[in-house]
Design a protein around this ligand. Structure first.
Ligand SMILES: *Cc1c(COP(=O)(O)O)cnc(C)c1O
Length: 368
């Protein structure tokens, strides 16, 4: 094994294993010339709704768009408040801000890195319209409690499942518990396209038709625009690729889980290994641990040919663009974790040898 081969994600090797099938699917779309709204898009949408066991799945152009469209479909207005986590990718907050609503953050649970459900109620005001949990790193947020709170206060629940396609909460696929689920097919996500792509899922037929209209300029019939919409569609080539990869998704999730278990075995007693809520299927979009001297560890690993990433170095309430009236110290758990979290290489193609080598170097630095 050459250490140079270790990658944060290895979508190339994954592709080579299903190359003939994927290439055929792409060439079929090219032959058909139906690049937008081709039949393969609807076939893929039907396959996703079967996979998730939800009534409707509607393709769109990205996970970020899915979040924005979800809020548009639920009539989120300027001044409304959306409860979410400050420890996530910027898209969650960005789309709330784009609609003129305000992200109201709730600190995270230090064990799961997801929104701390105990602290949600204290943030609810008369302006609160929805809770937007993020299933970070592939682990479902504590959905039972979130749904209970939403019901009690009559709030919508929008699941940001960009990192968790395939994860389960108490036997149910995530993305099917809230009002709307939002999925990203960004290439490095667990179900990754060869470009941008996204999807919304819902069990509410009426909401599903509204979402479909919004993705297509607010119209059902071409050139008749009933509501405000956007141009956000999953294109046929991406749908064709994803339709092939969907058949392998469970296998991909299992490969990530197996890799995580191997890291766990090596790190047992040395680091706090990722905590998994009993009854959930964590699909390890990322394998993240807290370490001392994080930045120096990252540099040390780099010199050993091991890539790593910091998801996320700056909490959203401290980002210049989204500061609102938030200050440093407002979300202490998030702020502390942002300083010592590190994500190690995690993908479907990691070999035992690579995991052993990575673990050995992480432990070696820790023992210095
Ligand atoms: C990737 C991601 C998004 C955005 O998805 P894109 O397809 O890149 O637009 C949103 N939320 C989270 C938590 C993500 O990880």
């Amino acid at each position: 094994m050459s250490i140079k081969q270790i990658q944060m994600v290895d979508t190339k090797t994954q592709y080579l294993k299903i190359k003939s099938e994927v290439d055929l699917a792409i060439s079929r779309v090219i032959e058909s010339s139906q690049f937008i709204q081709g039949p393969i898009v609807h076939e893929f949408e039907a396959n996703v709704s079967d996979y998730l066991k939800c009534r409707q799945a509607i393709g769109c152009a990205s996970g970020t768009d899915a979040l924005q469209i979800a809020m548009m479909a639920l009539d989120i207005q300027p001044g409304d408040e959306i409860i979410t986590t400050p420890f996530t990718f910027v898209a969650t907050t960005e789309t709330i801000a784009l609609l003129g609503a305000k992200p109201v953050y709730v600190d995270i649970d230090p064990k799961t890195f997801n929104i701390d459900v105990i602290k949600i109620e204290e943030k609810i005001t008369s302006k609160t319209k929805a809770i937007m949990p993020v299933h970070l790193y592939g682990q479902p947020a504590d959905m039972s409690k979130i749904l209970d709170i939403a019901k009690a206060y009559k709030l919508f629940v929008i699941e940001d499942a960009a990192q968790a396609m395939g994860a389960e909460y108490k036997g149910q696929k995530i993305c099917t518990m809230g009002d709307i689920g939002c999925i990203s097919f960004y290439p490095s996500k667990n179900l990754g396209a060869f470009g941008d792509g996204g999807m919304l899922s819902t069990n509410d037929e009426e909401l599903g038709s509204k979402i479909r209209m919004i993705t297509s300029h607010g119209s059902k019939t071409k050139y008749y625009h009933e509501i405000l919409g956007v141009n956000s569609r999953l294109d046929s080539i991406q749908a064709a690729i994803l339709n092939v990869k969907l058949k392998h998704l469970d296998e991909y999730c299992d490969a990530r889980l197996a890799a995580a278990e191997k890291y766990n075995d090596r790190f047992d007693g040395i680091f706090d290994v990722p905590f998994i809520i009993p009854g959930v299927k964590h699909i390890f979009h990322q394998y993240s641990i807290r370490v001392k001297n994080r930045d120096r560890m990252q540099e040390f690993l780099r010199t050993k040919g091991i890539p790593s990433m910091i998801y996320y170095p700056v909490p959203l309430h401290l980002q210049k663009a989204y500061k609102y009236d938030y200050n440093e110290g407002d979300y202490p758990v998030t702020e502390e974790i942002a300083k010592d979290i590190i994500s190690l290489p995690m993908h479907t193609e990691l070999t035992d040898e690579q995991i052993e080598y990575i673990s050995e170097k992480v432990i070696e630095f820790n023992n210095k």
